[in-house]
Design a protein around this ligand. Structure first.
Ligand SMILES: [Zn+2]
Length: 475
C-alpha cells in the first residue's frame, strides 16, 4: 500500500527518486563544497574525475547516439580505460545533436531518455534559447536536475550571495532554463529568496525597479545588456540613482563585456559565470573576480584549437570541449560547445583548487569573416562601453554591397541623448572600431530605443547583436 515500484498504479515520487545524502557527499552543496571538494589536491580531484568519467563512458555506450558516433570512428567498448584516453574520443557539436533530432523526432536519440521513462523517473523538460524554429528540448532526470541545482548554488555562494538575501531573477521564465535553474538552485541550496520577475517581457522594467526598491532586493541576476537597460531606466526615466537602491552584487554572464561600466552604474560588484542549458553551471567567479572556477568534480573541460582540434597551451584561446561527470540523461562526452575561452595559468588566492577559465570571449560560430578578418560582434560591444556618448546598445548588420560584392559591416549604436554631435561621434567610433577589430566598419548613430526591435533588449534575456544578410540578399 506504499506506492511500490512493482505496483500497477506506481507513480515515481521525486523525493524517493534519489539517494540525496549520497548525492550531497558526491557533489557537495555549499558550505560543504568549500571545505571538502574545493580543498582536494589535484591528484585526488583527478582520481575522482577519472572514476566519474569511466562511469559516464559506460552510460554513453547505452545511448544510440554515442554508439553510432563512436562506432563510426572505429571505437569499441573497453578502448577507453583512463581519463588520458579521452583524447581518443571523437568530438561532436550541436549539428550532430540536430541531426540526431531529425533522425528521431522530436527528442533525438542522444539523451538515453524519453518521456516514456516518466513511468520510472520524474523528469522536467527545458530547452535551448532557440532563435529560429523550435528550440532544442532537453529532459532532465532527478540526478541531473538536482546536481544542477547544487552547482548553481555553489555559483551563488562563490559570488557572495548569503542566506536571507532577496535575489531578483530577470532571466526568462518559460521553455528556456534561464530563470528556472537559478530558482531551483537558490531555493534548495542557498537560503536566499528568489524573486522571479523574469525578463522585461514578463514584468515591465519599471515594475522590476519598484520591486527592487520596495522589497529590499540585494542581488540582481541577469544578462549585462538587461542590467544596464534597467539602470538607465531607473536613472533617466524614473529619476532614481541606481546606486541608491543598495544592490550589493550582480550575477551575470559578462563574456567579453567590461565589468567596470556595469559596476559603476549600480555601485555593486559584478560576477561572471558560464553555464549552458545542456550542461548546467560550468564555472563561476569567486570574490576575487579573477576568472571562473570550473566545477571540476562535475565537468572535465578541454580547450582546443578550433581548426585542428589539438589542445592549446594554458593561457591560449581555443574552443571549449565539455565532458560531463554527473549526468545520467544526455551526458556530454567531448561536446564542442563552440565557445572561445582560455585557461588561467595562476592559482586563485581564495584557495579553491578548481582551475579557472578566463572570460568567454565569444562564440566560434558567431564569429564572422569580414574581408578576411575574424570579427566577434561581442568585441564591438566591449569597445562601445568605453564611449560615454553611447548607452551601450548596438546592433551589427553585415551585407555584401556594390558590384564587387564587398563585405561591409554597419554598426548601429544608440546615443545617450539627443544632444550628441552625430558626425563627430561617427568619425571617432569608426576610428576606434578599426583599431579594435583590425578591419574598417561603418558606424551609424541612432536615437535611444531605436535598436530594440533588433536586439529585443527590453523583452528577451537573450539579446541579439548581429544580422548577417550576405547569404539572404544575394542569390
Ligand atoms: Zn577563487
Amino acid at each position: 500500500m506504499d506506492n511500490h515500484p512493482n505496483d500497477p498504479d506506481h507513480v515515481p515520487w521525486y523525493f524517493r527518486s534519489l539517494d540525496f545524502e549520497q548525492l550531497w557527499r558526491d557533489y557537495p552543496p555549499p558550505p560543504n563544497f568549500f571545505h571538502m571538494t574545493a580543498r582536494l589536491s589535484r591528484d585526488e580531484l583527478r582520481a575522482r574525475q577519472e572514476q566519474r568519467f569511466l562511469q559516464t563512458m559506460k552510460r554513453g555506450w547505452e545511448i544510440p547516439f554515442f554508439q553510432r558516433h563512436w562506432s563510426e570512428h572505429g571505437m569499441e567498448p573497453g578502448d577507453i580505460r583512463t581519463l588520458d584516453d579521452l583524447r581518443k574520443v571523437p568530438v561532436y557539436d550541436v549539428h550532430d545533436i540536430r541531426r540526431s533530432i531529425e533522425r528521431n523526432p522530436p527528442f533525438g536519440d542522444f539523451m538515453g531518455l524519453s518521456p516514456e521513462d516518466g513511468k520510472r523517473l520524474p523528469m522536467v523538460l527545458q530547452t535551448s534559447g532557440g532563435t529560429t524554429g523550435l528550440p532544442r528540448p532537453m529532459l532532465y532526470a532527478p540526478q541531473d536536475r538536482e546536481t544542477m541545482a547544487i552547482l548553481g548554488a555553489r555559483r551563488l555562494a562563490m559570488h557572495g550571495v548569503k542566506p536571507g538575501d532577496m535575489v531578483l531573477v530577470t532571466l526568462s521564465l518559460g521553455l528556456g532554463n534561464g530563470g528556472m535553474a537559478p530558482r531551483e538552485a537558490m531555493w534548495r541550496y542557498s537560503g536566499a529568496v528568489p524573486v522571479m520577475t523574469g525578463s522585461g517581457a514578463n514584468t515591465p522594467t519599471r515594475r522590476q525597479l519598484e520591486i527592487v526598491k520596495a522589497w529590499g532586493i540585494k542581488v540582481l541576476l541577469g544578462f549585462p545588456a538587461y542590467l544596464r537597460h534597467m539602470a538607465l531606466v531607473a536613472r533617466d526615466e524614473m529619476g532614481i540613482d541606481p546606486r541608491s537602491l543598495g544592490i550589493r552584487l550582480l550575477g551575470t554572464h559578462l563574456g567579453p563585456e567590461q565589468r567596470e561600466p556595469l559596476e559603476e552604474l549600480w555601485g555593486a560588484k559584478a560576477f561572471d559565470m558560464y553555464g549552458t542549458h545542456e550542461s548546467g553551471m560550468l564555472a563561476a567567479e569567486c570574490s576575487h573576480q579573477t576568472g571562473m572556477h570550473v566545477m571540476e568534480d562535475a565537468f572535465h573541460l578541454e580547450i582546443a584549437d578550433p581548426e585542428t582540434g589539438a589542445l592549446v597551451n594554458d593561457g591560449e584561446r581555443g574552443t571549449v570541449y565539455i565532458t560531463t561527470l554527473y549526468k545520467y540523461g544526455a551526458p556530454q562526452i567531448r561536446f564542442n560547445v563552440n565557445d572561445i575561452s582560455a585557461w588561467h595559468t595562476t592559482s586563485c588566492p581564495c584557495g579553491n583548487c578548481m582551475r579557472r577559465l578566463k572570460a568567454i570571449f565569444g562564440r566560434n560560430d558567431n564569429m564572422i569573416k569580414l574581408r578576411g578578418v575574424n570579427v566577434f560582434p561581442e568585441a564591438v560591444g566591449a569597445a562601445l562601453l568605453e564611449e560615454p556618448r553611447c548607452n551601450g546598445e548596438y546592433f551589427c548588420f553585415v551585407d555584401r554591397v556594390g558590384e564587387a560584392g564587398t563585405d561591409q559591416m554597419d554598426v548601429w549604436v544608440e546615443l545617450i541623448d539627443e544632444h550628441v554631435d552625430r558626425t563627430a561621434l561617427q568619425a571617432d567610433l569608426e576610428r576606434r572600431m578599426k583599431e579594435v577589430l583590425s578591419v574598417k566598419v561603418k558606424v551609424t548613430p541612432v536615437g535611444r530605443g531605436e535598436l530594440d526591435p533588433y536586439t529585443q533588449t527590453s523583452k528577451s534575456s537573450k539579446v541579439k547583436r548581429l544580422l548577417d544578410r550576405r547569404h539572404t540578399t544575394s542569390s
